[in-house]
Design a protein around this ligand. Structure first.
Ligand SMILES: [Zn+2]
Length: 354
């Protein structure tokens, strides 16, 4: 029995959005700052539907090596200083997904012209020190500063000095800079009210908007900086979500899934079922299988329990055509995640081969 490929798991280090707009005469600090009374933020894009948008990575609240999201879990990576709101895939991005101002404020810096997908295509060399890609920095009341990164090339619709209002469209979601998937990296900072006595400058602290905690304070509860209640699927312990699945004609990579893998046909040399999930935890067990019409030998795989939390995983399973075309009829792909012995996600997809 020939197996086309062994299903495999990909660990994605995903994306960093470094602070690229210098705040003149300021320095980063881990000093805890008082909580605000007035400014509250909305998401940088419409993100109420977990089928269309999820938070893939949270802020890493630990100082130095190691990582912890706000709930002390692993929905982040070392030194990630923002929140990544991601959309489904590249075709969705190309259709145009608005990015909006998270609160009223004044634009203090912008960048545009960086190519989407440059990191995937050509790596560090193409991106240089412009990890943020195309971005917009906004100064808000109470000393808050936000920055959005990885915006779509040519979409930045504001300039330095512009006044923006909360919800105003300012750009589109992209994948410029150090981005492996279309998303917006949102970072929130706050500058001190007074000057630092030693340096005569204001200090700036990077914050986690889910808790208001300063990076370096470590994980734990806090006061969210969001306007209104946050949807459950934004939370670090939410999920898992099956964020994209389907059928194609050959083994796939995560980069291919960001695009639109071609459908299988009766001329295909193979049929493959793939599934990409977001928000897995250590110990989760993934199962994937592909069944088909008479003449198709079912194929499946059960993975070893995950050794650590994973922001995103991808698996596929398939079988080549043998002795002629693939059998016509209905194929079914099924992907499951088992957590602590209980099924927490179970999806099935169907595809009819003419
Ligand atoms: Zn990020």
């Amino acid at each position: 029995m020939k197996q086309l490929v062994l299903p495999f798991l990909v660990i994605v280090p995903v994306t960093v959005g470094a602070l690229w707009i210098t705040t003149g005469g300021q320095k980063q600090t881990n000093a805890a700052l008082a909580q605000p009374e007035s400014v509250r933020f909305i998401a940088p894009m419409e993100c109420s539907d977990p089928l269309a948008c999820v938070v893939q990575n949270h802020v890493d609240l630990t100082p130095g090596p190691g990582m912890a999201d706000a709930s002390c879990g692993g929905r982040t990576y070392d030194d990630h200083q923002g929140v990544d709101f991601r959309i489904l895939d590249l075709p969705t991005m190309l259709a145009g997904v608005p990015v909006r101002a998270v609160a009223d404020g004044v634009v203090t810096g912008t960048r545009d012209g960086e190519y989407d997908g440059a990191w995937l295509a050509r790596g560090r060399e193409a991106v240089g020190d412009r990890d943020c890609g195309n971005g917009i920095a906004i100064q808000h009341e109470d000393g808050y500063i936000t920055q959005v990164c990885h915006l779509r090339r040519g979409s930045v619709a504001v300039k330095e000095g512009d006044t923006v209002t909360q919800g105003q469209e300012i750009a589109q979601v992209g994948m410029s800079g150090r981005a492996e998937f279309p998303h917006v990296h949102l970072s929130v900072s706050r500058e001190s009210a007074g000057m630092d006595e030693e340096t005569g400058t204001k200090t700036v602290a990077r914050l986690d908007p889910f808790t208001g905690r300063t990076i370096g304070d470590g994980c734990g509860v806090g006061q969210p900086l969001w306007a209104g209640a946050t949807p459950d699927h934004w939370m670090p312990d939410a999920g898992p979500f099956i964020f994209k699945s389907g059928f194609t004609n050959a083994p796939v990579t995560l980069a291919m899934i960001e695009r639109k893998p071609v459908d299988p046909s009766n001329e295909s040399k193979a049929i493959v079922f793939y599934a990409r999930a977001v928000g897995l935890q250590a110990g989760d067990i993934e199962k994937i299988e592909l069944t088909g019409p008479e003449g198709f030998e079912p194929v499946g795989n059960v993975a070893e329990p995950l050794e650590s939390d994973k922001a995103q995983t991808m698996r596929f399973v398939g079988r080549p055509a043998k002795d002629g075309p693939l059998p016509a009829g209905e194929y079914q792909g099924r992907y499951q995640i088992e957590r602590n012995g209980e099924p927490v996600l179970d999806i099935s997809r169907r595809f009819t081969l003419e």
